[in-house]
Design a protein around this ligand. Structure first.
Ligand SMILES: [Cu+2]
Length: 203
């Protein structure tokens, strides 16, 4: 009997009574969809304890003298693999504050890893190939998603209540390349539109 009661209590604590889905649409000043924006939601009530896991691979590939993907979302504490699929060697680095690291030169079909210990942004480059550029956005919430080519990101099962919605993109004008707003998540599916100034690509 006692065991049964413990079970019931743990089910109640396993999730909020209500959770909602949020579709976020990101557009530039001209109204065009922005892909590869990182949308995060942090409930005011906090996030679940324990390591954050995402369904996608924590992998930043080098292929055809380019990083793939352009933007990768990784959780705090996550270890990202950097496989080199090119015939040439690469020397990957990030000089970003809080995410500074350098992987020594390595060749085809070799890989290295780096573990990101704090939230922030790592702008990646290669010491050999100036044109290589990508970003790893390290987040401390499990509700994180990149916008698709139509500029949309869907975040599911967010606990109902007040939350902070953030949109980050490397070319988004503003402090930290980020826009933040407070939203109220309800059990019903909701939609938020975020528009901002996105500067032309610079290197
Ligand atoms: Cu390179």
């Amino acid at each position: 009997m006692r065991r049964f009661r413990v079970l019931v209590v743990s089910i109640c604590l396993a999730g909020p009574a209500f959770a909602g889905d949020l579709t976020v649409s990101v557009r530039d000043a001209a109204g065009l969809p922005v892909r590869d924006a990182v949308v995060t939601v942090t409930p005011a009530a906090g996030i679940p304890r324990g390591p954050i896991r995402f369904p996608w691979a924590l992998r930043m590939t080098q292929q055809d003298i380019q990083f793939q993907p352009y933007v990768l979302i990784a959780p705090v504490g996550g270890t990202v693999a950097f496989p080199n699929l090119d015939r040439v060697r690469h020397q990957v680095y990030s000089f970003s504050r809080g995410a500074r690291f350098e992987l020594q030169l390595y060749g085809r079909d070799e890989s290295r890893t780096h573990t990101f210990t704090s939230a922030g942004v790592a702008a990646l480059g290669c010491n050999i190939h100036d044109q290589m550029l990508a970003y790893i956005k390290v987040v401390d919430t499990p509700w994180a998603m990149k916008t698709d080519p139509a500029g949309n990101a869907v975040l599911s099962d967010i606990p109902a209540g007040s939350a902070t919605l953030r949109v980050w993109h490397p070319r988004l004008a503003g402090r930290g390349n980020e826009i933040a707003r407070t939203v109220t998540v309800s059990a019903a599916a909701a939609r938020q539109s975020v528009s901002g100034d996105f500067r032309a690509a610079v290197r």
